[in-house]
Design a binder for this molecule. Structure first.
Ligand code: EPZ
Length: 439
């Protein structure tokens, strides 16, 4: 198992490159299954989730080729013959559930394992299933699997309202209905950039989707879609994460540059909150420049669906607020119990209290380095951020969580002046006691 060892108190300087968007890449890979030939995707990040999803797609007989150096991935669905996604792989990554929509959209049938819960909450898929039925699919549960079928091989279409708005359900339902026999309308659809770029790719393939970027998607089914070459978006959550890192560990008054970025994907809620901390924020066409403030001002936030403050930046914001000049409060309205990082941060001296779906943070508390445990992707990166400003060394354990969504993190931070290294360790080794007891 791997861990990251970070020596705190060093200045972040220079440039941090942003990789391709993990969440958009997963949706684009699923879209590639609908084309009548191989689709080529560019700017695909080399992440565990991408490789997991490539394996999920491979189970169907479709071919996936990924060049992790060139960041180019090709999906060729012409050899697809087994419309299924097995539990052993789906349990590793919830977005594998997109296979339901992709297989229904391509071959009119699917046998897909229900995703397991995440490190936080049950994360249901009821909207996905009810939506598929609303568009005419027969959906049954069989020993932990969803077995879905389109009558006559193509969904009729229909109308469905998402409550609450859901990124995954929107993507899954679009995958299933772009090749439906008739028209479909998705109400209260998600408008995250991930969804917009995914719909743009499908339109490039010949799909007929109106209202992209609005809460109502009108889809006219087509009988086939052509393969395309399409460039993935830049990762907005990595961008937000690194902006916070720069505000935390950058030298006050000095500029840190985040390259290959798309500042337009951050949403105004995050950008406004970031500016209110006193940090400098200068967006460019494909970069962001951040200037660390002399003093970080406390800024309380509430997460919401796009363009609200992203829940995927909630844990990272918490660490920024531990260094603010006053107290603050963070409310997660999207996931009510996404706070597994708090007990680990408290072990580093952070004074934060979770009450329901809120966390109150005392500012200006010095953080001590410690051995801390990753529990999920964004929680683990918040521990790395804490390690940047901690006194002494921080060991972030079980970073397989981190490797799911941050490409080359330690190399990017090391190139920006942070003493950080990856080390292998044995999670089950007996502890080396300082005062070994007599045997
Ligand atoms: C996507 O997950 C992202 N994952 C998540 O990012 C992100 O946190 C989330 O959207 C919210 O922005 C990918 O894109 C692969 P949702 P998703 O369906 O689609 C409820 C990361 O760190 N809901 O928008 O699963 C759900 O419980 C990951 O990169 C239902 O009630 O999220 C939640 O409260 C973590 N029923 C809300 O909707 C359903 O059928 C939003 O969830 C589906 C969702």
């Amino acid at each position: 198992m791997d861990k990251l060892v970070i020596e705190g108190g060093h200045t972040l300087r220079g440039t941090l490159p942003i990789s391709g968007s993990k969440n958009t890449a997963l949706a684009l890979m699923a879209a590639g299954l609908l084309g009548d030939g191989p689709t080529t995707l560019e700017n695909i990040p080399n992440l565990r989730d991408i490789n997991t999803f490539a394996r999920v797609i491979g189970v169907t007989g479709a071919e996936v080729a990924f060049d992790p150096v060139e960041h180019v991935l090709t999906v060729d669905p012409t050899t697809l013959e087994y419309p299924e996604a097995p539990y052993e792989l789906v349990k590793r990554m919830r977005a594998s559930f997109y296979m339901l929509g992709a297989l229904l959209g391509r071959v009119g049938e699917a046998r897909v394992s229900l995703p397991g819960g995440c490190a936080w909450g049950p994360r249901p898929v009821d909207l996905h299933l009810r939506g598929m039925e609303a568009f005419g699919a027969s959906v049954a549960l069989d020993q932990g699997y969803v077995v879905a079928r389109a009558p006559g091989g193509r969904l009729p279409g229909g109308v469905f309202r998402l409550e609450p708005s859901s990124v995954g359900a929107t993507i899954n339902l679009v995958l299933a209905t772009v090749t439906a026999r008739g028209g479909s309308r998705i109400e209260n659809a998600a408008i995250e950039p991930d969804v917009v770029v995914f719909c743009d790719a499908l339109r490039a393939m010949g799909a007929r989707i109106d209202g992209v970027g609005t809460r109502t998607l009108e889809i006219e089914g087509v009988s086939s879609l052509r393969p395309v070459t399409f460039r993935n978006a830049s990762d907005r959550i990595e961008l937000g994460t690194f902006m916070i890192a720069a505000a935390l560990a950058g030298a006050p008054g000095e500029t840190v540059r985040l390259s290959h970025a798309d500042p337009g994907h951050l949403g105004e809620a995050f950008t406004e909150a970031f500016l209110r901390t006193g940090a400098g924020f200068q967006p460019g066409p494909d970069f962001v420049e951040v200037v660390a403030p002399e003093e970080i001002r406390p800024v309380s936030i509430e997460t919401a669906v796009y363009p609200g403050f992203p829940t995927d930046l909630q844990a990272q914001w918490t660490v920024l607020m531990t260094q603010a000049s006053g107290n603050s409060k963070i409310i997660d309205n999207v996931y009510f119990d996404r706070f597994k990082h708090i007990p680990e941060l408290r072990r580093m001296g952070v004074n934060a209290i979770v009450i329901g779906n809120e966390v109150v943070i005392e500012g200006k508390i010095p953080i001590q380095g410690a051995q801390v445990m990753s529990t999920d992707l964004r929680a683990s990166v918040s521990l790395v951020l804490a390690g940047l400003v901690a006194e002494g060394e921080t060991h972030v354990l079980r970073i397989y969580h981190l490797d799911r969504g941050y490409e080359n993190l330690e190399n990017k931070l090391a190139a920006a002046g942070i003493p950080i290294r990856r080390e292998r360790y044995d999670e089950f080794a007996d502890p080396v006691l300082e005062h070994p007891h007599d045997a």
